[in-house]
Design a protein around this ligand. Structure first.
Ligand code: ATP
Length: 505
């Protein structure tokens, strides 16, 4: 695996996986573009998720809701009031930080002074942040007195009282920029699922339990985007809202934690780099009954890859009409605008109730970063040289097969290779690349680095013009394996079956 983020960033840039957005103008902070290889890897990951969660199950429907979000959706979901991170400024450097991130980076003695000043039990960082947000004036003074260090300079700062910063991006729909046209870019894909609950239920006649799955962009104006594509302002989520009967929620929550843990391992992440972390009661979001975070050992630390929450009847209960008739257990805002009942009528008793929801919510970009980190391998070759290999699961690799002509200046060979490329491409296994840049050794090296599992070489033997003067190797090619570097010779007719077998899901 990669030992630092920097070596991944360098590889991603060098080979065309991921670029800083608008780099030619100095870069837009916290926003990245996926290049020719990155887009393939990301699409492969998303397709694998969709295949497993929508196609291979009999209790799931897909959805693709809009990014532009009606203001009332994010009002009643609670985002307008509470989707905010604590923020603090250094008056000297004018640098701004997310409070919890800043505290995590402080030397122990600084933290000890803060715990004492805020009268919080030492070691409980979560409680410290809460106390600081409850008494912001005192907290600002305490931070300055405790000599909280500004990571940008390494010097103690003069800190403002911390305050909340709402992370939602606002925009205006229509030609007039006024309050009436205010809308948001969605900060999570989930709300699009909840507000379509009745549409999906009515059009598919689903019975509980069933789920709705969605992949799409989400936007958060993070105070301090960092760690490459780990924390960004524009990202993608793969989310499931799985609707169950109250009382069956705990069992389904456990089920989804296991299911998701298994899936990430199938994608190539190793078990020892994954941790299922059960949030403590004080860490839980106000609407959650239980949350398990799947953490991954990223090069920059053990951090969240996916969250799996038991959200009870909070979401549908927040957006439904007839709230008082439905026996909602969660604490929801009184909804004065909803026009539909987001509830379920028990087919046996005829009684209406609001389903509970289990939400496995994964970040696509964090998934890509984890896959890259896990796959990144430095190997010493017998010759003493070093090679970098991206040991991605072959099905996820951006390029499945590179077809390489042994020489570039023999039309018979290059034409053969191009025809073979087209034939392999038609198998539908993913991207097949015709590759005639540089020599064979360089091509192998490049494809090792981007994780191409198979390199197929067309040579004189393929044309039936072998050195031994016979044509017994006609229509055979060499197939080189990325991981073992071993080469075998296969007839092109066998090659199809070989690749299908190796690359099928
Ligand atoms: P964090 O605590 O790291 O900010 P979160 O708990 O706010 O994350 P959720 O709201 O649970 O995240 O979002 C679900 C998933 O979406 C996360 O597990 C993560 O994979 C992804 N995600 C959230 N915020 C970002 C971001 N700024 N950049 C990239 N991915 C993100």
């Amino acid at each position: 695996p990669a030992s630092t983020l920097d070596e991944l960033v360098a590889l991603c840039k060098r080979r065309g996986f991921i670029f800083q957005s608008a780099e030619i103008y100095g870069g837009l902070q916290g926003v990245y573009d996926y290049g020719p290889l990155g887009v393939e890897l990301k699409n492969n990951l998303k397709q694998a998720w969709w295949r497993r969660n929508v196609y291979e199950r009999d209790d799931m429907e897909g959805l693709d809701a809009s990014v532009l979000t009606h203001r009332l959706v994010l009002h009643y979901s609670g985002h307008e009031a509470t989707f905010a991170d604590p923020m603090v400024d250094n008056r000297i450097t004018k640098k701004r930080y997310r409070l919890d991130h800043l505290l995590k980076e402080q030397p122990e003695e600084v933290l000890r002074r803060l715990f004492r000043a805020m009268e919080v039990e030492e070691g409980n960082l979560h409680a410290l942040v809460q106390a600081m947000m409850t008494f912001p004036e005192r907290a600002g003074g305490a931070m300055t007195a405790a000599m909280v260090v500004d990571p940008a300079t390494g010097e103690p700062g003069d800190w403002t009282p911390p305050r909340y910063f709402n992370m939602m991006f606002k925009t205006y729909v229509g030609p007039v920029e006024d309050e009436a046209g205010l809308a948001y870019l969605r900060p999570e894909t989930a709300q699009g699922i909840f507000i379509n609950f009745k549409n999906v239920l009515d059009t598919t006649s689903r019975k509980l339990p069933f789920g709705i799955a969605q992949i799409g962009k989400a936007f958060r104006n993070e105070i301090t985007p960092r760690n490459f594509i780990f924390r960004v302002r524009e990202f993608e989520q793969m989310e499931i809202e799985y609707f169950v009967r109250p009382g069956e929620d705990e069992r389904w929550h456990r089920y989804w934690v296991e299911e998701r843990l298994k899936w990430w391992q199938e994608m190539g992440l190793s078990r020892e780099n994954l941790v299922a972390y059960q949030q403590s009661p004080e860490e839980l979001a106000h609407y959650a009954k239980a949350t398990v975070d799947l953490l991954y050992r990223f090069p920059h630390g053990l951090e969240e890859l996916e969250g799996i929450a038991n959200r009870t009847d909070f979401d549908l209960g927040s957006h439904t009409k007839d709230q008082e008739e439905l026996g909602i257990t969660a604490r929801v805002l009184r909804n004065e605008h909803a026009t539909q009942r987001l509830a379920y009528r028990d087919p046996e008793t005829g009684r209406w109730f609001v389903p509970y929801v289990i939400e496995p919510s994964a970040g696509v970009d964090r998934g890509v970063l984890a896959l890259l980190a896990e796959a990144f391998t430095r190997e010493e070759l017998p010759s003493g040289e070093e090679r970098i290999v991206l040991k991605l699961k072959p099905q996820l690799a951006p390029i499945k097969v590179a077809v390489i002509p042994l020489v570039k200046n023999r039309p018979e060979i290059t034409e053969y290779a191009k025809r073979l490329k087209a034939r392999l491409q038609a198998l539908g296994l993913g991207r097949v690349l015709y590759e005639d840049t540089g020599n064979i050794g360089k091509a192998y090296r490049r494809h090792d680095e981007v994780g191409t599992p198979f390199a197929v070489t067309v040579d004189y033997d393929t044309l039936g013009q072998g050195k031994d003067g016979t044509s017994k190797l006609k229509d055979t090619v060499t197939v080189r394996d990325r991981d073992t570097m071993e080469q075998i010779r296969l007839h092109v007719d066998e090659l199809e079956g070989f690749l299908k077998e190796k690359l099928r899901w």
